[in-house]
Design a protein around this ligand. Structure first.
Ligand code: ZN
Length: 496
């Protein structure tokens, strides 16, 4: 925030972003739309009188209003909370707790498919998988420097008494981990390392917990428990560029598969002139300079356009942010690649260099698929709930024209399921047109209709989501097409 603005209207003084008009007459008759009304106590105090608050949109002309209404409706239709409920993706239960989503069967399919893709990409890029517990001793986070500063972002500690080696009672405190890095750092230092071990790439879909303020918690975007597509790459200074390059290539491959091409890159740097700089950033100007120079050099060598983000760095080093504009006009950081020069030395990480001396590795933190929670929310809005076949919870629903053809319908389902295609038979009652409508509302990518002709010829009639034209093809051809589309993670079924 760089400036404050106030508006006065008669005796009424308001601190407001504005702009204001002198009188409602200045708003064109077709430039505004009433939105909703709500009750509010005067000055927010329930002892005061209740007032009515009228919400409206107002613009200088009708065209701008219409554009705004359009974007708003699009955003509503794509809202992940609405679609998440309608498509059976997740639920929040008060008895479980705020910000702790329960993944329903359909949502779990999406998570599993994303996780499978991430693991394949990471396997090809020579990551090694590890698994770590959800909790750790609180002391660990004092060593990393996260505590005491980050205490507000963590669940309070679990305090307990443990028996020491000679039988005495020892007080211990454990915390839910807000990040996976310290656990991975401990795996790095679990054995002596040499320069021949580097770069060492440790990956895990790691569950973390962050104590977001209750007012901020909502849907899948702001949660308190999340599963992160995490990895930490330990490398020497002369490996930083090539490792960053590899991580960016992995992002490109992953995002191309999902059809996410609408993003730009921000180089988030520290701000040496920030008056609060010493609290906000590790005080090591030389390392900041080296790290920022290396990343900027790499981006220039790769001829990647980026925007400069001074003051947007992490506490422990500069980062690259993948920024996506959303339908509502905000920019969203979907993923970041961070270069950390500060935490490895705090935890005493080291490796023996080719010179025989001890060196501290750099650590690259990255999460192309972010957390399952944020990324699935993002994808629901990106696809407006209509997932491509490989990612869709139900890939094929078979609808029979009448109950006479249930046996054939079941044969189609069985044949597809034998190839691990998520196929199911639609309900036996209802008319076929009602069944088609229902399948379309549920955004199932492939509806297969079978009747007398199909049963006789071993064919099916395929209706793809969002495509007017329907196709008749043999059952074998359907199976082949689906298997291929799923294997290649195509955004569209490869049909004429
Ligand atoms: Zn990390």
């Amino acid at each position: 925030l760089t400036e404050l603005s106030f508006y006065r209207n008669g005796p009424f003084l308001d601190m407001c972003e504005g702009p204001h008009v002198d009188t409602t007459r200045d708003i064109p008759r077709d430039g505004f739309k009433l939105r909703s009304v709500a009750g509010a106590y005067w000055r927010g105090d329930s002892d005061n009188v209740m007032m009515t608050r009228i919400y409206a949109w107002a613009f200088g002309d009708k065209e701008t209003l219409d554009l705004h209404l359009d974007a708003y409706e699009q955003a509503l239709l794509r809202d992940h909370k609405k679609l998440g409920r309608e498509l059976g993706i997740y639920t929040i239960d008060n008895d479980i707790g705020r910000g702790l989503p329960l993944w329903l069967p359909n949502g779990t399919v999406i998570r599993d498919e994303l996780e499978k893709l991430a693991k394949e990409l990471e396997f090809k890029a020579n990551y090694q998988r590890v698994a770590t517990p959800h909790i750790a001793r609180r002391d660990l986070f004092y060593q990393t420097g996260h505590l005491p500063y980050y205490a507000d972002g963590m669940y309070p500690p679990m305090e307990l008494i443990e028996e020491g080696d000679d039988g005495e009672q020892v007080k211990e405190a454990y915390v839910l981990k807000p990040m996976n890095c310290p656990h991975h750092h401990k795996i790095f230092s679990s054995e002596p390392r040499s320069y021949r071990d580097l770069p060492l790439r440790l990956a895990e879909y790691g569950q973390v917990y962050r104590f977001e303020e209750s007012g901020a918690v909502g849907g899948l975007m702001r949660v308190r428990g999340m599963n992160m597509n995490d990895a930490h790459i330990y490398c020497s200074e002369d490996q930083i560029k090539s490792e960053f390059r590899n991580v960016m290539a992995l992002h490109d491959e992953a995002y191309a598969i999902l059809g996410l091409d609408n993003y730009y890159i921000r180089l988030s740097r520290w701000d040496p002139d920030d008056p609060k700089g010493k609290d906000k950033y590790v005080d090591d100007p030389k390392s900041w300079e080296t790290c920022e120079r290396l990343i900027a050099e790499l981006l220039n060598e790769m001829e990647v356009a980026y925007v400069d983000g001074p003051g947007e760095a992490a506490f422990y080093g500069p980062k690259i942010d993948m920024q996506f504009p959303t339908v509502t006009g905000r920019d969203e950081s979907v993923s970041t690649i961070q270069l950390d020069f500060a935490v490895p030395p705090r935890l005493g990480l080291c490796y023996v260099g080719s010179d025989g001396a001890d060196h501290v590795p750099y650590c690259i933190h990255r999460a192309p698929f972010s957390t399952h929670e944020r990324f699935v929310a993002f994808l629901i809005e990106h696809f407006a709930g209509a997932f491509p076949t490989w990612l869709a919870p139900v890939q094929v629903r078979v609808l029979t024209v009448s109950n006479q053809f249930t046996e054939y319908g079941q044969r189609v389902v069985d044949k597809l399921r034998a190839r691990f295609i998520r196929a199911e038979l639609g309900s036996a009652s209802d008319t076929v047109s009602k069944k088609i409508r229902e399948g379309t509302t549920q955004k199932i990518p492939n509806l297969v209709v079978v009747g007398e002709r199909e049963a006789q010829d071993s064919t099916v009639t395929l209706r793809r989501y969002g495509i007017e034209k329907q196709e008749t093809l043999t059952l074998d051809a359907l199976e082949r097409t689906l298997v291929e589309a799923i294997e290649q993670r195509s955004l569209e079924l490869p049909l004429s």
